[in-house]
Design a binder for this molecule. Structure first.
Ligand code: GDP
Length: 212
């Protein structure tokens, strides 16, 4: 049976802090930070809203005039959730990893408190070249990331296993080791507890690291 919203209630407090296109204007790097990113329509806004138990903390794709900014949220007075712009389908110039503005690359490369990037992947789709390029780029820059599959409710468990295996096989062509993998549904609130545990664990590790 699908978990209900009320059963979960993982995050007690979610506050919008700032949107900007200048990484130097992001909030002070005093809390651990996790960035959500993926191709447009992957289900990023839905996942953030389900995760934080808010209807419209992150604006969905259909919002007119949705701006392409780095959006910071303070979660439970303990960590930052960052909503990055979705990357598109347009052909990116060779000099860029994706058809993104340079400020996002700069944010990812310079943000000291960035603990992990959650790369959102639609579980219904085959491995997409720009997702793979992006993950490889993160690896090249030593930016930790996890794969977060979305829309789990849209496929059967056998399809899920097939698609997940295909993904992992593809990743192992480039990587010796696989990143953490989460399977989520914003619709059925699946996988959110696991994601939350991962964040809490890493927040602890981060605090220990700061003490040293
Ligand atoms: P974004 O562009 O990545 O922010 O994507 P949205 O969150 O706006 O979602 C894109 C579309 O996918 C919308 O029509 C959502 O209702 C749908 N969607 C997102 N997450 C899920 C999910 O977990 N299950 C189902 N069935 N649909 C979803």
């Amino acid at each position: 049976m699908a978990t209900t919203e009320r059963d979960l209630n993982l995050i007690k407090k979610a506050e919008f802090l700032i949107s900007n296109t200048d990484p130097t204007r992001c909030p002070e790097e005093i809390f651990p930070e996790y960035a959500f990113v993926g191709r447009s329509n992957v289900g990023k806004s839905s996942l953030i809203n389900a995760f934080t138990n808010r209807k419209d903390l992150a604006k969905t794709s259909s919002t007119p005039g949705k701006t392409q900014t780095i959006n910071h949220f303070m979660i439970d007075d303990a960590w930052y959730l960052v909503d990055l712009p979705g990357y598109g389908y347009a052909k990116a110039p060779k000099s860029k990893i994706l058809d993104w503005d340079n400020f996002i690359e700069s944010y990812l490369k310079t943000r000291k408190n960035l603990v992990a990037v959650f790369v959102l992947l639609d579980i219904r789709l085959e491995v997409q070249k720009n997702d793979l390029n992006f993950m490889n780029w993160l690896g090249q820059h030593h930016i930790p990331f996890a794969m977060v599959f979305t829309k789990l409710d849209k496929i059967s468990s056998s399809q899920f296993n097939r698609n997940k295996t295909a993904y992992q096989k593809k990743m192992l062509e480039y990587w010796d080791e696989l990143p953490p993998v989460f399977a989520t549904s914003a619709e059925h609130f699946q996988g959110l507890k696991e994601l939350h545990q991962y964040i809490l664990y890493n927040n602890q590790v981060y605090q220990e690291f700061l003490k040293k």
